[in-house]
Ligand binder design. Structure first.
Ligand SMILES: Nc1nc(=O)c2c([nH]1)NC[C@@H]1CN(c3ccc(C(=O)N[C@@H](CCC(=O)O)C(=O)O)cc3)C=[N+]21
Length: 284
């Protein structure tokens, strides 16, 4: 089988699966609704938000963009979130990050109704993930969820494997560690103070690179046959470069995600999945 994990294709398959669920929801009386809040005019954010809207519309999710000026006050933004919390047509709320410096990101995230937090960033949702709560409604963050889907749909078994995560961010490193742990991997989380990074990564059956540094993980740091997931999206001279030096890592890996076309499209597919899940929870 091909070593390359085709995130673009897998994301497309998932969107197809969601499409039929959404048409059932429509027949039931209401399609899912997603509100995307974009503050200011960061070009990267505009691109991502555009991709999210396009994906939503394509599969029949009602999506609405709330594009507000960067001068919006924190209070006004919290009011907008509150208005969306109380809007029955809206199942999912996404506030595109990063936010301008004068706004307290955490305060905005905490203002989102946890039942509409399709990003999975609210402390209720991260708390339920970190405590292994499976019975109550829980939204897991989209990029980590996409990583798990890529691994599983490639047919790589997670149970009992050594999973090494490089990077400890709240949006990728920490949550993906918990998702892997929940599937009985043995996890190691590495970061800038890790003493011997190469020794750790060479032990990885599953290696997740989420550091935000172009070509940081080289082939000689990859264990023979490992499943390598590259979460990096670094723009270098107008080109997208991952955190993994692809060519050298490809030689050693058993499976590997490209950048672009790996994790990125899955993040968006999982946002759609969480929105459909939110609609299921809210009912008609
Ligand atoms: N509240 C919030 N939720 C997010 O999920 C969120 C966010 N804020 N802020 C920014 C990051 C980044 N992010 C990406 C989504 C898709 C691609 C993606 O599809 N990338 C394509 C390439 C796209 C291109 O060419 O630029 C790929 O990797 O193939 C990348 C990055 C979501 N984020």
């Amino acid at each position: 089988m091909d070593k390359v994990i085709d995130g673009k294709q897998i994301a497309k398959n998932i969107r197809e699966e969601l499409k039929s669920q959404i048409s059932d929801q429509k027949a039931e009386g209401r399609v899912p609704g997603l509100a995307v809040v974009l503050v200011g005019d960061n070009p990267a954010s505009e691109t991502y938000v555009g991709m999210k809207e396009k994906a939503a519309e394509e599969i029949g999710i009602h999506s609405e963009l709330h594009d507000v000026d960067s001068s919006i006050s924190q209070e006004e933004l919290l009011n907008l979130v509150d208005q969306l919390n109380n809007d029955n047509r809206i199942d999912g709320i996404l506030v595109q990050l990063p936010l301008p410096d004068h706004i307290d990101e955490l305060a905005v995230i905490e203002a989102i109704d946890p039942g509409k937090d399709v990003d999975g960033f609210h402390p209720i949702n991260t708390g339920r993930l970190f405590s292994g709560q499976k019975d109550l409604l829980r939204f897991d963050p989209c990029t980590p969820l996409g990583i798990i889907e890529l691994i599983e749909r490639k047919g790589v078994d997670i149970e009992g494997k050594n999973a090494v995560i490089v990077g400890r961010s709240n949006i990728v490193g920490k949550p993906v560690a918990h998702l892997l742990l929940e599937r009985n991997a043995t996890i190691t989380v590495c970061h800038s103070r890790t003493k011997d990074l190469k020794a750790e990564t060479l032990d990885a059956d599953i290696l997740v690179a989420a550091v935000g540094r172009p070509n940081f993980i080289t082939g000689e740091m990859v264990k023979e046959g490992a499943c390598v997931i590259d979460v990096g999206i670094n723009r270098v001279d107008g080109k997208l470069i991952g955190d993994v030096e692809y060519d050298s890592a490809y030689e050693r890996a058993g499976a590997i995600t490209p950048v672009p076309g790996g994790v990125g499209p899955m993040t968006i597919a999982m946002l759609m999945k969480n929105t459909v899940k939110a609609r299921e929870y809210h009912g008609v």
